[in-house]
Design a binder for this molecule. Structure first.
Ligand SMILES: [Zn+2]
Length: 586
């Protein structure tokens, strides 16, 4: 099945090259010039200008070279010296699930002060009707508050929102509830814990009064999240739109998505048909068996599974992210001990995936789990070679050099999701000194394996790609504490978030670099990623985000108060969405 997909990609490449040749006399729709175009091509070339026609990049070069291509209707955008990079790709974010709660959540991504978080809470309490939930589901840590890195108390949340239940989930580690929320859940001094809460996860004082803190790990936080209201079906579309807008604003243009839930995927399919889908979605799918008696059903599903039926806007590309649920490392677990029985079930399923010729993207975090999976994969590889299937281990914060060597021999890839960006403090408590090598970024980079960045957001981690790049280059987590010792260069970090990730979502012919023939997904940045102080990387903001030649985000104007969105920087106004957009010959 994969073979046919690759053949299809190959054929597409030839068609595109031919179209580009024929199309060459057609002038570009838009030329961006007078910039610093960080192409992230194989040579990491820097150019001045880029020409775009339809949804693709036509040419990259000097201002003069691009100016010569211009026709009478070519829109010219003066970049005023700004840096341009390819659109950023997150290879693993639970994006479609997030759409079902996004506009109801009070997100703390990128909020650096506790004061500001409190202000957001107050504002939400003011605008929410009495009894309406105020909540978020992960993506933050109290360590990110540089003014006062303190968690929240029940009393404080009561004072801010006396009439609303409040639940603030810190990653998958703990949840802070106010009295109204405790009351709603029936958590009281004189009552037993609700049965679905993990024993001991509801923290109580000496008198048995619940403190408002639910603590432990993903299993401890799950009963709270399960009780929180999602957006109403009639508002799912608006929530999905707000989510995509936030991602474009942050600089993301493509996302690998474990679990593409049908309700949101239908909306995205509709938008795609209307030319309104502003983010590329690459699904990682498959229902993992939870017990031995579910394995046969899983095998049957795999034998019928069809990937690569979509296009460069929506496609399904991997089986994942779990093969056999009992071997899914829980977040914050310190050690794993996969049993031979469990591994035997895992192998039956993974063997079927290899036999069906499917790519696999599998959650593998802890040292013992990675070793155990590699043992199985080496055995599977003897029967059904996986060489060209792009099998990928995901998360891999505890990976080491010998494991990377084994993966390279198998033709495997690493999807690196640095949970430490927000969870570094918690991980240090658990792993001690070992946490400083989670993930071992320079070991991964120096191994020569093909690897790319994801966040695993929106609950396990925050979602902002420039925060991940800052972490990779400085070794610092949100809030600024140095949390890993193995850092990498800003060039390597950017490559891992663009070109390498294009490979990890099977789009290397289309995405990941600013090169002739590739899709015009790019970001104009407010400052130069390559030269600003490393500590500023997290503060980089796209001024403009383009997906397939279409302007999908433009920063609001700064400065002159007479400016407004309509008149400021007219040279950035949607260059390609204009009526004179024409079809290129095929
Ligand atoms: Zn995972």
């Amino acid at each position: 099945m994969l073979l046919s997909a690759q053949t299809r990609l190959g054929a597409l490449g030839i068609v595109l090259a031919a179209a580009a040749l024929r199309a060459q006399p057609l002038p570009p729709d838009v030329i961006l010039s007078n910039g610093k175009i960080i192409t992230v091509d194989e040579r990491f070339a820097i150019a001045q200008a880029v020409a775009i026609g339809g949804d693709r990049i036509l040419a990259v070069g000097t201002n003069q070279e691009m100016a010569r291509l211009a026709g009478p209707n070519t829109r010219k955008i003066d970049l005023l010296g700004k840096a341009v990079i390819p659109g950023l790709i997150d290879n693993h974010m639970h994006l479609l699930r997030a759409a079902t709660t996004w506009t109801r959540e009070l997100r703390f991504d990128g909020i650096e002060s506790r004061k500001q978080a409190i202000e957001l809470l107050r504002a939400r309490a003011k605008s929410a009707g009495p009894g309406e939930w105020i909540y978020n589901i992960g993506g933050w840590t109290h360590h990110q508050f540089t003014d006062n890195p303190k968690s929240f108390t029940r009393e404080e949340l009561d004072q801010i929102a006396p009439d609303n239940p409040v639940a603030l989930q810190e990653s998958y580690y703990q949840v802070f509830l106010n009295s109204k929320a405790l009351q709603t859940f029936g958590i009281r001094a004189d009552a037993p814990d609700p049965p679905d809460f993990v024993k001991g996860s509801i923290l109580r004082d000496a008198h048995g009064n619940p403190t408002g803190v639910i603590q432990g790990d993903i299993a401890a936080t799950r009963p709270v999240a399960a009780r929180l209201p999602k957006v109403a079906p009639g508002k799912l579309e608006a929530s999905s739109r707000a989510l995509l807008d936030d991602m474009n604003r942050a600089g993301l243009t493509s996302v690998g998505v474990p679990g593409c839930n049908a309700d949101v995927l239908d909306i995205f399919q509709k938008w795609k048909a209307q030319g309104k889908l502003n983010l590329r979605i690459f699904c990682i799918e498959g229902a993992a068996a939870g017990a031995p008696d579910q394995v046969d059903r899983s095998l049957e599903q795999i034998s019928r599974m069809k990937l690569f039926q979509g296009d460069s806007y929506i496609d399904s590309i991997f089986f994942g992210e779990s093969v056999y649920q009992p071997l899914h490392d829980p977040m914050f677990a310190l050690k794993s001990d996969p049993s031979p029985d469990q591994l035997q079930q895992w192998r039956r399923i993974a063997m079927e995936i290899a036999k069906a010729g499917l790519p696999l993207h599998v959650h593998a975090e802890l040292h013992n789990t990675i070793d155990a999976f590699l043992d199985q994969i080496e055995a599977i590889n003897q029967e059904h070679p996986i060489k060209n299937l792009r099998w990928t281990l995901a998360h891999v914060n505890q990976i080491n050099a010998p494991q990377l060597e084994r993966m390279k021999k198998l033709g495997m890839y690493a999807a690196v999701h640095p949970w430490a960006v927000i969870n570094g403090g918690i991980m240090q408590e658990g792993f001690g000194d070992g946490a400083y090598d989670m993930p071992p970024l320079s070991t991964i980079q120096n191994s020569g394996i093909q690897w790319g960045f994801g966040t695993d957001g929106t609950a396990a981690n925050q979602t902002l790609p420039f925060m991940t790049l800052y972490f990779a280059v400085t070794g610092k987590m949100v809030g600024g504490a140095k949390i890993i010792r193995q850092t990498i260069s800003r060039e390597d970090a950017l490559i891992a978030h663009t070109r390498k990730n294009a490979y990890l979502v099977f789009q290397e012919n289309n995405l990941g670099a600013i090169q002739p023939g590739k899709l015009a997904d790019l970001l104009v940045l407010d400052r130069d990623y390559l030269t600003i102080p490393a500590d500023d990387i997290k503060n980089i903001k796209p001024v403009m985000t383009m997906v397939g030649g279409k302007l999908v985000y433009e920063a609001p104007p700064i400065g002159d108060p007479s400016d407004n969105v309509q008149t400021a920087r007219p040279h950035f106004r949607n260059p390609v969405n204009s009526p004179r957009r024409r079809k290129r010959p095929h």
